[in-house]
Design a protein around this ligand. Structure first.
Ligand code: PLP
Length: 411
C-alpha cells in the first residue's frame, strides 16, 4: 500500500519554486484573478455529483471546500514546502486544530513538545481532553524522551521546528525515524522558519504554517496552511468527514490573493530578517547579555539547526534576551518602543521589529510552575527582528537603552 504521507521532489530548492510560479489572470493579468464567488455552477448535474464525490479535478463546488484563489496559494506553498498538496486555512490555529482533530479520536494519544505556541499548548492541554484525547508533553530536544512517551494508541508526534517562545530546535530526521518506526505521522509547525527548513525533505509528514507571520509578513491578516500528500489534503477537505471541510476554517479568496503576492518576496525578506537578527544577536551577546539565537554557537541546538537548514536563508529572525525580571523586561520593551526600534506587540514576522515578554503574554496559558521548569524566565523578551535597512542604527539605539538601564543592575 502506498504510504499516505510520502513526499515528492528530490532536488528541490524552495526559493526557485517561488521564483518559477506562473499564475495568470483573465485578460493576461500577471496576477491570477480573484474568485469572487462562494458557489460555482455546473453545466451538467452529473459533474456536480462527481465533484461531491471527489472524482473531478478541475471543478470548484463551494468555497469552503476550495476556490481558485485558495488553490493558487495552496499550490504555491506546497511547491515551497515540497509536498504534493496543501490547504490554506483561515488561521494558523485553524490549520493546527483541523489536522489534530482529523487524525485523533477519543481514546487516542499524542506526543508533543513542552514548549510550543501558547494557543497550540492550550488546545492540546485544555481542549482535547473534552474529546477523550490524551497528550504527553516532553522535551522535544531529546528524541529518546519522545520515543519513551510513545504508546500503542499514539496517533502522531507534533512539534514546532523552532519552538515558540524558547527557540528550541527539534531534530526532525531523528523524530521522523521514531514516527516511521511506529507508523504514525510527524506533524510539524514551521511558522518561525519558512524556507530555512523544508521539513518534508527532513522526514516530516505534515507541515503547518501560520501565514499570519513571516509568509504574509505585513501583519494585515490572519491565515494558515496545511501541507501534505494529495491523499491527506483531499481527506482533510472531504465533504463527509474532513475536519477542514466540516469545522470550516476557510480562507477568504481576497486574502488568499494578497498572501500569494506577498509570498513572492519571502525569500528576500527571510534573508534580511536573518542577517539583521544575527547582527543583533552577535553584538548583544558581546555586550554580556543572555541572548538565545540559533545562529550563535552558544545556542544548545546550534549544530542540529545547521544540519537541517537551507543555509542561504540564515538562522531566522527570532531571538530572545533574558533580562531576568519582568520589571526590567517591561522597561526595556517600553523604551524600545519609545525609541521606535519596533512595537510592543505579540506576533512576529513583520517588517518592523516586534517584541513581547511571552512568560506573561503569548505563553501565559502555560502554568507558571511549568514555565520555570522549561526555562521560560519572566524577564525573557522575545524579539522578531524586522527588515531595518540600517541595523547598525538599530543596535546603537538598543545599546543606548541598555546603558540607561545599567544603574538598576549590571547587565
Ligand atoms: N504556530 C505558531 C508557532 C505561532 O506562533 C502561532 C501564533 O502566534 C500560531 C501557530 C497560530 O497562528 P494564528 O495566530 O495564525 O492562528
Amino acid at each position: 500500500m502506498r504510504n499516505p504521507f510520502t513526499m515528492k521532489k528530490k532536488n528541490h530548492r524552495p526559493a526557485d519554486e517561488i521564483q518559477d510560479l506562473q499564475f495568470f489572470g483573465e485578460y493576461g493579468g500577471v496576477n491570477p484573478s480573484i474568485s469572487d464567488s462562494a458557489t460555482y455552477t455546473f453545466l451538467r448535474a452529473q459533474t456536480m455529483l462527481e465533484t461531491f464525490e471527489g472524482k473531478t479535478d478541475a471543478c470548484y463546488l463551494y468555497s469552503r471546500h476550495s476556490s481558485p484563489s485558495t488553490h493558487y496559494l495552496s499550490t504555491a506553498i506546497a511547491r515551497m514546502e515540497n509536498t504534493e498538496s496543501a490547504l490554506a486555512t483561515a488561521s494558523g490555529m485553524g490549520a493546527i486544530t483541523s489536522v489534530i482533530m482529523h487524525l485523533a479520536k477519543a481514546g487516542d494519544h499524542i506526543v508533543t513538545a513542552r514548549t510550543i505556541y501558547g494557543g497550540t499548548y492550550a488546545f492540546l492541554k485544555n481542549f482535547l481532553p473534552k474529546f477523550g484525547v490524551d497528550v504527553s508533553f516532553v522535551d522535544i530536544t531529546k528524541p529518546e524522551k519522545v520515543a519513551e512517551a510513545i504508546r500503542p494508541n499514539t496517533k502522531m508526534i507534533y512539534t514546532e521546528v523552532l519552538s515558540n517562545p524558547l527557540l528550541e530546535v527539534a531534530d526532525i530526521p531523528a523524530l521522523s525515524k521514531i514516527a516511521k518506526k511506529h507508523n504514525i505521522p510527524l506533524v510539524v509547525d514551521n511558522t518561525f522558519t519558512p524556507l530555512i527548513f523544508t521539513p518534508a525533505r527532513l522526514g516530516a509528514d505534515i507541515v503547518i504554517h501560520s501565514l499570519t507571520k513571516f509568509i504574509n509578513g505585513m501583519n494585515d491578516m490572519v491565515g494558515g496552511v496545511v501541507c501534505g500528500t494529495e491523499e491527506f489534503i483531499e481527506d482533510l477537505r472531504n465533504v463527509n468527514d474532513g475536519a477542514a471541510m466540516l469545522l470550516g476554517p476557510v480562507m477568504d479568496s481576497l486574502r488568499a490573493a494578497e498572501v500569494l503576492k506577498n509570498l513572492h518576496t519571502l525569500p528576500v525578506r527571510m534573508v534580511k530578517h536573518s542577517q539583521n537578527a544575527m547582527f543583533l544577536a552577535e553584538n548583544l551577546e558581546k555586550e554580556g547579555l543572555k541572548i538565545k539565537y540559533p545562529g550563535l554557537a552558544s545556542h544548545p541546538q546550534h549544530e542540529t539547526f545547521k544540519k537541517m537548514m537551507n543555509p542561504e536563508f540564515g538562522f531566522g529572525g527570532m531571538l530572545t534576551i533574558d533580562l531576568e525580571t519582568s520589571e526590567r523586561a517591561n522597561r526595556f520593551m517600553e523604551r524600545l518602543q519609545q525609541k521606535n526600534v519596533g512595537y510592543l506587540a505579540v506576533s512576529l514576522g513583520f517588517y518592523k521589529t516586534l517584541f513581547n515578554a511571552p512568560g506573561k503574554g503569548t505563553s501565559s496559558e502555560i502554568p507558571e510552575e511549568e514555565q520555570k521548569e522549561m526555562g521560560l524566565s519572566e524577564g525573557m523578551v522575545r524579539m522578531s527582528v524586522g527588515l531595518d535597512f540600517d541595523i547598525r542604527r538599530t543596535l546603537a539605539k538598543i545599546k543606548e537603552i541598555l546603558s540607561e538601564m545599567q544603574p538598576e543592575k549590571s547587565l
